[in-house]
Ligand binder design. Structure first.
Ligand SMILES: NC(=O)C1=CN([C@@H]2O[C@H](COP(=O)(O)OP(=O)(O)OC[C@H]3O[C@@H](n4cnc5c(N)ncnc54)[C@H](O)[C@@H]3O)[C@@H](O)[C@H]2O)[C@@H](O)CC1
Ligand SMILES: Nc1ncnc2c1ncn2[C@@H]1O[C@H](COP(=O)(O)OP(=O)(O)O)[C@@H](O)[C@H]1O
Length: 525
């Protein structure tokens, strides 16, 4: 893994341990610990500097019995040399009361003029949590010293907040919340998902030379969506594009009871760059869509089945019968053009069956299901899969997606997308401003546009006799979620977020992304 990839790819804590093992066996342990401790000390100093001069401050570390504590002790020794009063607080003791901790680390700290104490001094401006790292097993009960921290002290976790499982983000027992985490070797999934994400604060990965040893299979990695990845998944239209080559999105959403959903999904699709949007729905929603978007096509059944590049089905469908009829209409259309993609949202998540998913998989139709947490729980109950009830959210998604052959985009404060082969992406750019009725409808439409553009691009390449480069469906889904999250964050910053203004903001983010891509292309010549 390159140093650049370190910022964008996470692996399980256990994978980092496995990568370390041969290097430790080769005697590289002390050098790696020095690198880790140096980086930890640098981040601690940067946090202190943000508040004032570093020299003269007090830094304490809660020090556990293993190498995590060793990192913390060496980091204190480095900080001591910058004029910091460095205090090590052991949290484990032998029967005779002697601290159980990394002997060389303590020797280094003592030689540098650091001291030991039984509690974190009230003067400590920063506390390093070096109790437990990737060696955490069983459950943690926080020691008394970790319960009595000065109110204003910044907490910096060494590698992983103690009590957090670095594979899954699960907290077993208690855990110590950090303001920031400096993590070694690679980003760890446990810092990005589940409770771990909420406890780690800002996460800073540090290279300690494990790159070549880290796993490369997509199923062992979690990729973070960023601008470059989104541009690759959803590139600007080609100069010779026409409306159909940009993708036609068919939208089976909205009902007389929930007409807004049709408008929001169509808006999402149009602003995310669809060449054409065709709304399939009853008169009441068709009129609303046309009033908002005169450029949309509308009809009861949708476009001719061979025209749609992607279908968005589910937002705002009403009575069971009507929803089922429209859902089955979408499936029939897809059966005639299986290479078109499908977004199943809201009501479609309640209607879809395992047999339908199997048929779609066999036909080669890319399918993305877009549940929020409640819908995800119901989906797993209705359509079970071995391993899909795991506490580890990523493992559960991987198990379900592999069993049912569909990509899942799990919405929430952090959005995860996972496809059947285990490739997984995380979108962490949005904030709670998106927690508002109807924002999911906009996302479903935007995702339809991203998928449709990809389907249209691949059809066109095939017609031209070229081998279309496949973009993983999970990456396409993450691209849509990223545009949506960024749009929400920007609108909220500007103080004008409502669901109605979200699609236009999404359009602005998309346009800027594409423009930046053009400029990149030009400057690179
Ligand atoms: N070995 C090295 O040279 C390197 C180690 N690194 C650091 O080493 C850490 C891993 O070190 P270790 O393998 O020693 O593991 P840890 O230091 O994370 O923890 C291991 C110790 O904690 C105890 N323990 C585990 N679960 C406990 C619980 N629930 N309650 C109380 N005690 C518990 C174990 O019995 C063991 O003594 C990484 O997180 C990282 O900070 C990194 O610096 C990279 C280089
Ligand atoms: N706390 C949060 N932080 C960031 N994004 C959030 C948060 N809560 C919800 N979201 C996002 O808001 C959207 C809500 O979608 P959904 O639950 O389907 O709402 P609706 O059905 O009303 O459209 C999703 O994209 C989700 O990821």
């Amino acid at each position: 893994m390159s140093v650049e990839e370190l910022r964008r790819v996470a692996v399980a804590g256990s994978a980092v341990r496995a990568a370390e093992a041969p290097l430790l066996a080769a005697g590289r342990g002390p050098a790696m610990m020095r690198d880790a401790a140096w980086a930890l000390a640098e981040h601690a100093a940067a946090l202190l500097r943000a508040r004032g001069p570093v020299a003269g401050t007090t830094v304490a570390a809660l020090v556990g019995p293993g190498n995590n504590g060793g990192d913390a002790l060496f980091a204190l020794a480095f900080l001591r040399r910058r004029g910091v009063a460095a205090v090590a607080v052991p949290v484990r003791h032998d029967d005779d009361g002697a601290p159980r901790w990394h002997a060389e680390g303590w020797a280094a700290l003592r030689a540098a003029g650091g001291r030991r104490a039984d509690a974190v001094p009230a003067a400590a401006a920063l506390v390093i949590d070096g109790m437990l790292g990737t060696g955490f097993a069983g459950e943690l009960t926080l020691p008394p010293a970790a319960r009595a921290l000065p109110r204003d002290a910044v907490v910096l976790a060494c590698d992983v907040p103690s009590g957090v499982d670095a594979d899954t983000g699960e907290v077993r027992g208690e855990a110590l919340r950090a303001d920031a985490t400096v993590t070694f070797g690679a980003l760890k999934t446990g810092l990005l998902v589940g409770e771990g994400a909420a406890l780690a604060g800002e996460v800073h990965p540090v290279d300690i030379g494990l790159g070549p040893q880290l796993p490369t299979s997509p199923a062992a990695r979690l990729r973070l969506a960023d601008e470059a990845a989104v541009r690759a998944a959803h590139p600007a239209p080609a100069p010779d594009a026409h409306k159909y080559t940009r993708g036609l999105v068919a939208v089976a959403a909205g009902s007389p009871r929930y007409p807004g959903a049709a408008v929001l999904s169509c808006s999402g699709a149009l602003h995310a760059g669809a060449g054409m949007v065709h709304h399939a729905g009853p008169e009441a929603t068709r009129d609303r869509v046309l009033a908002e978007h005169p450029e949309a096509l509308v009809s009861t059944e949708g476009p001719a089945p061979d025209r749609a590049d992607a279908w968005v089905a589910g937002p705002g469908l009403d009575t069971q019968d009507d929803a089922r009829r429209r859902w089955e209409g979408v499936l029939s259309a897809l059966a005639e053009r299986p290479e078109a993609a499908l977004v199943a949202d809201a009501s479609a998540l309640e209607l879809v069956t395992a047999a339908q998913l199997r048929a779609l998989r066999e036909a080669g139709t890319p399918v993305v299901l877009t549940p929020h947490a409640g819908e995800w729980a119901r989906l797993r109950e209705r359509l079970p899969a071995d391993g899909a009830d795991a506490a580890d959210p990523l493992a559960a998604l991987r198990a379900w997606s592999a069993a049912h052959g569909a990509t899942v985009l799990l919405k929430g404060p952090r959005t995860l997308t996972v496809q059947p082969d285990g490739e997984a992406w995380l979108v962490a750019d949005g904030g709670p401003e998106l927690a508002m009725g109807g924002t999911g409808d906009v996302l479903a439409g935007a995702l339809g546009a991203v998928l449709a553009a990809d389907v249209a691009r691949r059809s066109r390449a095939r017609r031209a006799g070229q081998a279309p480069g496949p973009v993983p469906t999970a990456a396409l889904a993450a691209a849509a979620a990223w545009l949506h999250a960024r749009a929400g964050a920007e609108q909220a910053r500007a103080g004008r977020l409502t669901t109605r203004t979200l699609p236009a903001a999404l359009g602005a983010v998309t346009a800027r992304l594409w423009r930046a891509g053009d400029e990149d292309g030009r400057t690179r010549g």
